[in-house]
Design a protein around this ligand. Structure first.
Ligand code: GLN
Ligand code: ZN
Length: 778
């Protein structure tokens, strides 16, 4: 018999029930008992789905009120002392750490590997103590056991939890391994006593470049836990772990899970190295994407493996289904053809069962399901939308010349300066202005058909006019139209591009109660007509100052979408780049002199293993450059990035060759800039002068001080003055106050350095590239 299971199920609920309940609870509209009831109900429903789909185990422990890593923090009583929670972290304490209190900021949040899920970073130090708190996890285990279906408990492994924690510099987190193991040991022992069939410990850090001492800790951890625990399934995912094959082979674990979607080739190594009695759980269904599995192809690979492994063969999704939406059956407005190509979490459960039955009972037993899958796969392969000749030909015809601007930066910036006549230390913003309730209501009314297009356009134009007036009054130098027409920086463009589809309920958890609904790239991407030109042109007519056109870049469009899996991602990126390049060129033709291409995701697209970075950065940079390179020298290209930690990819950022980059720095108090200075970043740069994520308005002196720090490391001739991100989440009063202080700081610095207090005189033009700098490309 082949065993099927999943590493985890989405917890938020098919209709985001958990989100609603959490937010009600936080507002005080639902008490803790009410919240607990919603959690119990969701868990029961999700286990029942697994049981009904024929899975051999239900997974328990994947549910979390906010985040599964944070559940371990509570289970181990590892609350930082600053919260004053003591050993008994209860639900209120759990939320206090997750969301912050009036006295204490929340735990930091970080992206879970290369997903868009965020975990709460455990905060550890020399004084950290751990103790088992049985109010966590165990009630859920008992609920599951009561259903009578075999139970597999799922927890982040101790090494992964420890690795992802933060600690003061110089402190070796491995010093905490032994006390942490004591708690895991007690958990394992108690689970075994309760009759839990398996304990799945997730160690996704094995897909990273791991220092040897962490790899060396594996035998210690699992040697210690195995004797006390139910059979242990060690789960790896998100990448290839073959480098650790020998160490893994020697562990006293009963099973090993491998991600065969991300790293299909690693299996051979484990077939060779694996002990003869160990379960191999093969992740053959994609847990990161919403496409149907090619069951025929999967079976072709699985049949010989079944013959070889017998009952030791387990089947699963590549990783937890946390990263895919719940249920395709809810999608009543999706093009039926495209819908037939997809499988959400529920459908993936069924796929696993079909594979299992095909192996155990023969393919004839599941013939209708296999046939339906094969037809969908074949339909997708031959659908006109998945291979548009015009798009393919254009991508194939790309040459290096398409990645290059006409002239190098020093020539370009001189031409731009002659045309734009900006003062030194020019001021600008990142694009969006406050999205008031009124703006959102107008957009919703238009979408629902309650107002017509003419009325909608008039309302948005009025908003743009207001934003332009306010910027003029503030004395900003390069203006923006404020983006009132945009709901979201990816969806807005996706809706106007061919090759994109949108779901109604395709939500995936981002953090806590927050979910995102990524658009779906299902076919070849192209731009049927201009997307932003009319808005930008309207805005430019209202002012003599340069109006900055505003686009989302190809990488951001890629990473914040579900991407087709039948074409390499770098190809999809090139299609996006060409579509956006046309928009850039059209903006220029419409008289827009400055165009910003936002790429907040360049860094988050980095592969997990450093060895894969160069190849990624190569195609990512190429896609950006193709987007930008269609314009004349005197059109100024900006890019914008947030979420710090750029220092390790500075050469790639420079290779984008944007004329100006605006970046988030204010939270790091300009520390980031030192990296740019040491590296001698060659083009213009606008380090964010204040943090837009906080409603607090920094004083003029604070901004002045930050500007001075920036001036200390970046030549004044290349420095811009701007906030660190878009202002859409802010209100008008704080936005205006902050921008007024920002402009004043720029004017003061101008007076100081250039003897030009106001925005009149042109900038210096002695902008030769610094000695020692060699441009990567172009
Ligand atoms: N232009 C976008 C805005 O201002 C940029 C958003 C972002 O960087 N995430 O909202
Ligand atoms: Zn930003």
């Amino acid at each position: 018999m082949t065993t099927t299971h999943i590493l985890g199920f989405p917890r938020i609920g098919a209709r985001r029930e958990l989100k609603r309940a959490l937010e009600d609870h936080w507002r005080g509209a639902l008490d803790a008992d009410g919240l607990q009831a919603v959690g119990r109900e969701l868990r029961a429903r999700h286990w029942e789905l697994q049981r009904a789909a024929g899975l051999d185990y239900v997974s328990v422990g994947d549910f979390a009120w906010y985040d599964h890593l944070h559940t371990v923090t509570a289970l181990c009583s590892a609350a930082p002392a600053r919260f004053g929670l003591g050993e008994r972290v209860d639900l209120a304490g759990y939320f206090a750490m997750a969301r912050g209190t009036p006295a204490q900021p929340a735990l930091a949040m970080k992206k879970w590997f290369d997903t868009n899920y965020h975990y709460l970073v455990p905060e550890l130090g020399p004084d950290s103590r751990f103790a088992l708190n049985r109010e966590w996890l165990f009630p859920e285990v008992d609920e599951a056991l009561a259903t009578g279906h075999p139970v597999k408990v799922v927890l982040p492994g101790p090494l992964t939890w420890l690795w992802l924690a933060s600690a003061p510099a110089g402190f070796n987190k491995l010093d905490l391994l032994s006390p942490l193991l004591n708690v895991y040991y007690a958990v394992a022992e108690a689970l075994k006593a309760r009759g839990v069939a398996w304990l799945q410990l997730d160690e996704p850090i094995l897909s990273l470049d791991l220092p040897p001492e962490w790899v060396a800790a594996l035998p210690v951890v699992y040697g210690e836990l195995a004797p006390a625990a139910p059979p242990i399934l060690l789960a790896t995912y998100f990448g290839d772990v073959a480098a650790h094959a020998e160490v893994l082979a020697a562990l006293p674990i009963a099973g090993l899970h491998l991600d065969l979607v991300r790293a299909p080739d690693q299996l051979d190594t484990f077939l060779e190295h694996g002990p003869a009695d160990r379960v191999l759980s093969l992740g053959v269904v994609d847990g990161r994407n919403l496409w149907r599995t090619d069951l025929t192809r999967a079976l072709a690979r699985l049949h010989p493996l079944k013959a070889r492994l017998g009952d030791r063969l387990w089947l699963s999704a590549s990783c937890s289904l946390l990263h895919v939406p719940h249920d395709l059956d809810q999608e009543d407005q999706l093009d039926p053809r495209i819908k037939a190509w997809m499988a959400f979490a529920n459908q993936k459960l069924t796929e696993l069962n079909t594979l299992k039955r095909a192996l155990d009972e023969g393919e004839a037993a599941v013939w209708p399901a296999l046939y339906a899958a094969a037809r969908a796969i074949e339909d997708r392969r031959s659908a006109p939308s998945t291979q548009v000749a015009a798009v393919r030909n254009r991508v194939a015809a790309l040459t290096d010349a398409d990645t290059r601007r006409q002239s190098p930066f020093p020539t370009r910036i001189a031409a731009q300066q002659a045309r734009l006549k900006l003062p030194p230390l020019p001021t600008t913003t990142i694009g969006s202005f406050p999205q008031t309730a009124e703006i959102r209501a107008t957009r919703a009314a238009f979408k629902a058909g309650r107002i017509g297009e003419a009325e909608y356009i008039t309302a948005m134009q009025a908003e743009i006019r207001e934003v332009v007036d306010r910027q003029e009054a503030l004395g900003l130098d390069v203006l923006v139209h404020g983006e009132p027409e945009r709901n979201d920086m990816v969806e807005y463009f996706g809706e106007q591009l061919d090759g994109y589809a949108f779901t109604r309920f395709g939500w995936v958890q981002s953090y806590g109660s927050r979910c995102v609904k990524p658009p779906v790239i299902h076919g070849d991407v192209s731009r049927p007509k201009p997307m932003t030109v009319a808005w930008s042109q309207y805005a430019q007519r209202l002012t003599d100052k340069p109006m900055k056109g505003m686009l989302s870049g190809p990488l951001t469009m890629l990473f914040w979408s579900f991407v087709r899996d039948d074409l390499p991602r770098h190809e999809v990126a090139l299609q996006l780049a060409l579509a956006l390049r046309d928009e850039v060129v059209d903006l220029e033709a419409a008289g827009i002199r400055v165009i910003q291409i936002d790429e907040p995701t360049l860094r988050e697209g980095l592969p997990l293993k450093q060895a894969d970075w160069p190849a990624y950065l190569d195609w990512a940079v190429r896609a950006f450059r193709i987007t930008a390179a269609g314009v004349r020298d005197d059109t100024q290209i900006h890019t914008h990035m947030c979420y710090s930690e750029f220092n390790d990819i500075l050469p790639a950022i420079a290779a984008l060759d944007a004329d100006v980059i605006t970046i988030e720095t204010s939270r790091g108090k300009m520390k980031l800039l030192e990296g740019f200075a040491d590296f001698r970043y060659p083009n213009d740069i606008g380090p964010g002068l204040y943090d837009i994520h906080s409603p607090r308005v920094p004083s003029g002196e604070e901004m002045q001080a930050l500007l001075d720090r920036a001036l200390a490391v970046i030549p004044a001739e290349r420095l811009w003055v701007n906030p660190d991100c878009g202002l859409k989440t802010r209100g008008w009063p704080e936005t205006e106050a902050a921008l007024r202080a920002m402009v004043a700081a720029a004017h003061a610095a101008r007076a100081d350095r250039f003897e030009h207090p106001a925005a009149v005189s042109p900038r210096r033009e002695d902008r030769t590239a610094p000695v020692g700098w060699r441009r990567d490309c172009g």
